[in-house]
Design a protein. Structure first.
Length: 214
């Protein structure tokens, strides 16, 4: 005698039968393709290289800083031990050449008629010169006592003008040459007028006395 299951019991037993006959679900999987294993030899070498490069950069920056600091310290020490002129040398202007000024005289006269403006200009040049040589001359053809007295008087007349302008007497050398060394034709009136003169030699540097050696 067969018994039939009630509809309610069949409904409850159906899911159980289905679960026994169907395969179990597969476990979830993870795609490992995008990942890179951190413990491979290549990854470790790469990381070591990166750290070494970073450390080398830091060491280079530190070396540059120490070098700059050392240079600054050396410059400061050198500046403390050198005179001010050596620390900051000024651009020195070239020394101008020696100059020769000429004063002319009337025949037989020792009167130096010098304009005030000319004396001021001459004094401005002579004040900064270590040596000023005043040399009196005449238009005489021979060296006579009269010509010598006239040449000397002309030199001293110009010297007095320089002293009055404030030039120190210790920097003035006075000499004279009665005859010879003309600058123009002494056989003409105009030439003799040029030869009756006093030359004022303004030296920018003191002459150096040296022995004549072969």
């Amino acid at each position: 005698m067969h018994k039939t299951l009630a509809p309610a019991a069949l409904t409850l037993a159906l899911p159980l039968l289905t679960s026994c006959t169907s395969p179990p679900p597969a476990p979830p999987t993870v795609d490992g393709a995008p990942r890179r294993p951190a413990n491979t030899a290549m990854a470790v070498d790469l990381q070591v290289c990166r750290h070494a490069l970073h450390n080398a950069r830091l060491a280079g920056l530190e070396a540059d800083r120490l070098a700059s600091s050392a240079q600054a310290s050396l410059a400061l020490l050198a500046a403390r031990h050198l005179p001010p002129a050596s620390v900051a040398p000024a651009a020195s202007a070239p020394v101008p050449a020696n100059a020769v000024y000429t004063v002319h005289f009337e025949s037989g006269s020792a009167r130096a008629a010098l304009p005030a403006a000319a004396v001021d200009a001459l004094a401005a040049q002579a004040r900064s010169a270590p040596l000023v040589v005043v040399r009196g001359r005449t238009d005489g053809r021979t060296d006579t006592p009269a010509e010598a007295r006239l040449a000397r008087a002309r030199a001293w007349a110009v010297r007095d003008h320089l002293l009055a302008a404030g030039i120190e007497a210790s920097r003035i050398r006075t000499t004279y040459q009665p005859a010879g060394d003309p600058i123009a034709d002494n056989d003409t009136a105009s030439g003799r007028a040029m030869n009756r003169r006093v030359e004022i030699e303004v030296y920018r540097a003191m002459p150096v006395i040296r022995p004549l050696t072969p």
